[in-house]
Design a protein around this ligand. Sequence first.
Ligand code: 15L
Length: 275
Amino acid sequence: MTETPAKPVLLTGASGALGRQIAPYLAALGWTLRLTDIAPFPDALPKGSSFTRADLNDGVAILRLAEGCGMILHFGGVSVERPFEEVLGPNIRGLYHIYEAARREGARVLFASSNHSIGFHERSEKLDADCQFMPDGYYGLSKMYAEGMARLYWHKHGVESVLVRIGSCFPEPTEERMLSTWLSYGDLCRLCERATLARRTGCCVIWGASNNSRTFWGRDARALIGWTPQDSADAYASRVQGRTSGDPVVELYQGGAYTRIDYTRTAPPEKLFPV
Ligand code: 15L
């Protein structure tokens, strides 16, 4: 018999690409889910779930939605690089509403962080979870802020967080970089399950990538929640090998194309143009 959380689970960003995978997976386990998004839920509502449209900017709505919940899977907000003003509301103020709700309910948070919080590390580096943040845009910077928020609420209020630095979560790898960064939908869903059921998590960081032999990433807290990825991008290597951008900046950094957006350096790093 599978274990079921004692309290309902709140899933933000439920109408997004990842939310639409997670909701039916957890519902099929018999979990009671509260789904929310600023956009309508486009699929049939999974059994045991309710859906409420809400804006993360609306603190009262978020507090209400979280009432009685023991876990918040926070996938809502801006999920790609956008101008600062667009990121600000959902990802900065909205995040504060999520953490205030978690504090009030004594709930744990799984936060969908991103590789773009460390995107300006070079691809030749192998990073552990305690590496330096190197955001590659306003979006990545908002993820770094969120990881800081999680630490604040852990040290000050004892709110637990599982911070998942997601690589590239798509049906399958579509370019060479994803042989390092790909996270399968199945591995993502099992990670959400484990993060919710784990007895204790404290405030920990996990690289959100499948078992890819070309990974950029090393040590993290996966053992603490009992998560082991079962899929691997390796099986797609022959299909996507050689699918690169041809741009030296994009190819140098882990964050790939995001590092190139609004890139204005006129004196590029030495490694690009060795003397
Ligand atoms: C992300 O954080 C984005 O949400 C996603 O759309 C991809 O761009 C992914 O990173 C990636 O780096 O591949």
